[in-house]
Design a protein around this ligand. Structure first.
Ligand code: XLS
Ligand code: NI
Ligand code: NI
Length: 439
């Protein structure tokens, strides 16, 4: 191994060590342990993201990069890009996690024209194919970055300029073809610039139609190339754009319905995006489950005092347990998984910090899964929930749903029977106590 791939070589391979686990090992994530009929590895399907962990230099809006990573300090040429790819896949192997995720531009050196873009991305994909083979890692999802380049300042699929739209089509076709070739399980679209800054210059109806057209073309391309993974939209209400069209799961569902895509596209729910849209993380999962569009998760957390996407590693066992219960209620992951769309803090400049971030996230989610298993096996919460709706199995409940029943029929039933519904406790405190007993 050359010196450049030695970035993590001073650290051991990370493994499950149980109760007496050292800090650089897993205390709860025992990938082969069977939980509710599946191994932890199959339940959680962990993935490392390229962008925060290998591309972001530790910059913020007030200052430049703080990280001294060898592949970042080089001129960002072909060699640095190759070093980044090698280091990344080796890191995922070292953590013994199955998957990684990338944007097209994360894995290649920059390109500002069509020919360079195509050639450089193709080289990167050849290399990734080789690296997947040698490290035994797989691709959870691929995506195209349609937000960093200045050409996308006014949007990509919602840009007023059709030339920008066509560039976006080039990137998305390339990234979809690459994802397919690399055996990816999903393809993601996050529309960070698909929205507006001011309505004074925005034709909202036209932008939505252009966006709907784009997504229809993506779905058509998926079928054309025979890609069997899921197409996922990642909702976010704002940031970087003032208002983003994919505001939250319910909004995305309405959009999919309007363009006839609700059976073709699912959602990739990010914890911090859920909270930015004024929901809990588990609300977004439950909503996706109820609408039949639950796909995958970007695991992270926000900060309770800050109103932006801080993308920190998840560390609240309680919050993740509540989310895990909803994931299991939604049927668990099929093609999706837990992608760590999370970054270490700007002061966490060492290689070791990247390990602590990921190990912590993995263990918190593993612990949440074990808590969820106990809560579900205890059964009292689900039993209460079921009994709360028991009336819908009775005569009145069934009559309401019969297709021949009218609003007047139901109103007359209320009159004839002189209905006086009894108030019943929702038992919230009891249920919350039951959850806490299993933490
Ligand atoms: C940004 C998004 C982004 C997507 C991929 O807020 O989370 O990282 O996951 O484009
Ligand atoms: Ni994300
Ligand atoms: Ni995000």
């Amino acid at each position: 191994m050359s010196a450049e791939t030695d970035y993590f070589s001073q650290f051991p391979d990370i493994a499950y060590e149980g109760e007496n686990a050292g800090e650089l090992s897993y205390r709860y994530y025992d990938k082969n342990r069977v939980v509710m009929g599946k191994t932890m590895e199959e339940h959680l399907r962990f993935s490392v993201c390229m962008w925060h962990t290998f591309c972001w230099p530790g910059s913020d809006v007030f200052g430049g990069g703080t990280f001294d990573r060898p592949w970042l300090s080089h001129d960002v040429g072909a060699e640095a890009a190759a070093m980044k790819r090698r280091t990344a896949l080796e890191f995922v192997r070292k953590l013994d996690l199955p998957f990684y995720c990338f944007h097209d531009v994360d894995v290649m050196e920059p390109a500002d024209n069509v020919a360079d873009y195509r050639q450089r991305f193709a080289t990167a994909v050849d290399h990734l194919e080789e690296l997947q083979e040698t490290t035994g890692r797989r691709l959870l999802w691929g995506t195209a970055n349609l937000f960093s380049d200045p050409r996308y300042a006014a949007g990509a699929a919602t840009s007023p300029d059709p030339e920008v739209y066509a560039w976006a089509a080039l990137q998305v076709r390339s990234a979809m073809d690459a994802t397919h070739r690399l055996g990816g399980s999903n393809y993601v679209l996050w529309g960070g610039r698909e929205g507006y800054e001011t309505l004074l210059n925005t034709d909202l109806g036209r932008e939505l139609d252009n966006f709907g057209r784009f997504l229809s073309l993506v779905v058509e391309h998926k079928h054309k190339i025979g890609f069997e993974g899921a197409i996922l939209i990642e909702p976010k209400p704002h940031e970087p754009t003032k208002h983003q069209y994919d505001f939250d799961t319910a909004t995305v569902y309405g959009f999919l319905k309007r363009y006839g895509l609700e059976n073709e596209v699912q959602v990739n729910i990010e914890a911090n995006h859920a909270t930015l849209s004024g929901h809990t993380f588990e609300h977004e999962i439950a909503m996706a489950g109820a609408l039949g569009i639950f796909g995958s998760i970007d695991a992270n957390r926000g900060d309770h005092q800050n109103g932006w996407d801080t993308d920190q590693f998840p560390n609240s066992v309680e919050e993740m347990t509540l989310a895990m219960i909803e994931i299991i209620r939604a049927g668990g992951f099929k093609t999706g998984g837990f992608n760590f769309d999370a970054k270490v803090r700007r002061q966490s400049v060492d290689a070791e910090d990247l390990l602590h971030g990921h190990i912590g996230g993995v263990d918190v989610l593993a612990r949440a899964l074990l808590n969820a298993e106990r809560i579900i096996e205890d059964g009292r919460i689900n039993e209460f929930r079921t009994s709360r709706y028991a009336g819908w199995h009775g005569e009145l409940g069934r009559t309401i749903h019969e297709s021949t029943t009218s609003l007047s029929d139901i109103a007359d039933l209320a009159i004839d029977r002189d209905l006086r519904p009894r108030h019943r406790s929702g038992r919230q405190e009891r249920l919350e106590n039951l959850v806490n007993r299993h933490m």
